[in-house]
Design a protein around this ligand. Structure first.
Ligand SMILES: NC(=O)C1=CN([C@@H]2O[C@H](COP(=O)(O)OP(=O)(O)OC[C@H]3O[C@@H](n4cnc5c(N)ncnc54)[C@H](OP(=O)(O)O)[C@@H]3O)[C@@H](O)[C@H]2O)C=CC1
Ligand SMILES: O=C(CO)COP(=O)(O)O
Length: 326
């Protein structure tokens, strides 16, 4: 068993640390808040981000990022918009990085594997993504993910390292596809939450999932993703999960928007990250740059900016009729 590093002591970083430690790995978990470090090392819990779960004593929380650097592999689980600045502080040892966050960097419009390659020159980069609610993974419930790296041998090696009885990675070389699914589904989950919050019904939710998937596929194919990745765990799999559960922070943000509450109030109320709120405007820009039409994403941007739900829905329903398909 190896020593693995995890950057980010939020729900997902802690859950990944837990499942890996349960399988016998020693995990160094880099966390910023001293009280979280104290709780993890003292009472084996993370009440701030993963309440109610007793953590393995093979997890050591550390406040100094240099302690994580010498691990056999480092899982990067910071919010997408903080990934570049956190990686800038990671000493370089050529250790493989497994990116577990979901989003697109604001400003640069870059995927996270591009950000990581720029920030940590020389480290091999892989992406782990899929339908993975943190509390279920931490509870040892069965979960399957996509693990993508351009170098197939690296992807297989990392998959063998992280595979556990309840965590089954499927290997891919389609890094772009794995990233597109995770980033886009968060935006679509907000849209599905709006449908729920505004009481628009289950037909409408299914329509948003299906047309949202068409949108994800158009964007993904334009950016070089493969169709089979988009219809796999990290695309359609995660879309279905996140668009149908109040366990999703993005979905629940959408419920609030659908009830007519302003985005600023909803975001100010939460300590946890709803990546879709950050990704939506960035994705809209990236789609425009690629010449891809993404009407549901545009609608989410308008709602986050305070547009009236009824008007946004009416505008979506009265778009010119078209053939079904991507
Ligand atoms: N929760 C889930 O079920 C899943 C989440 N993800 C993705 O994982 C990523 C992390 O999400 P999650 O763990 O849920 O986050 P949480 O909302 O649970 O926690 C917030 C995280 O943000 C970190 N953070 C806040 N501000 C900063 C900053 N300035 N610099 C660096 N880190 C900061 C916190 O780090 P610290 O504790 O050190 O303050 C903490 O790790 C997201 O991209 C999310 O989409 C992917 C799959 C599943
Ligand atoms: O990515 C996730 C599940 O795969 C978690 O979704 P939320 O961030 O919406 O909670």
């Amino acid at each position: 068993m190896s020593v693995l590093g995890v950057l980010g002591g939020g729900a997902w970083g802690t859950a990944l640390a837990q499942v890996l430690a349960s399988g016998g790995h020693y995990v160094r978990l880099w966390v910023r808040e001293p009280e979280v470090i104290q709780a993890i090392n003292g009472t084996h819990e993370n009440p701030l981000f993963l309440p109610g779960r007793t953590l393995s004593d093979r997890i050591e929380a550390v406040g100094d990022i240099t302690w994580v650097a010498e691990a056999a592999a480092v899982l990067v689980v910071t919010p997408a918009q903080h990934m570049r600045s956190v990686l800038a502080d990671l000493p370089r040892h050529g250790q493989p990085l497994i990116l577990c966050s979901k989003g697109i960097e604001a400003g640069s419009l870059k995927f996270l594997h591009e950000v990581a390659r720029e920030a940590v020159d020389g480290s091999p980069v892989a992406v782990l993504s899929g339908p993975t609610f943190a509390h279920e993974v931490a509870a040892g419930l069965p979960t399957a993910v996509t693990l993508a790296a351009e170098d197939a041998a690296l992807a297989h090696r990392l998959a063998a390292t992280i595979a556990q009885p309840t965590l089954r990675p499927y290997v891919s070389t389609d890094v772009v596809g794995a990233e597109v699914g995770g980033a886009v589904k968060n935006v679509l989950a907000i849209a599905c939450g709006v449908v729920e919050g505004a009481g628009l019904g289950q037909n409408a939710r299914a329509a948003v999932i299906a047309r949202g998937f068409a949108e994800m596929t158009r964007f993904g194919l334009a950016r070089g993703a493969r169709a089979e990745t988009l219809s796999g765990l990290s695309g359609l799999g995660d879309l279905v999960l996140t668009c149908s559960s109040t366990s999703s922070r993005n979905f629940s943000l959408g419920v609030g928007l659908g009830q007519g509450r302003p985005a600023e109030d909803l975001l100010a109320d939460r300590r946890t990250v709803a990546e879709g709120a950050h990704t939506a405007p960035v994705l809209a820009q990236a789609a425009a740059a690629a010449g891809v039409d993404m009407p549901v994403t545009e609608a989410v941007c308008q709602l986050l900016a305070g547009a009236d739900v009824g008007r946004v829905v009416e505008a979506l329903l009265t778009r010119p009729l078209r053939e079904e398909g991507f």
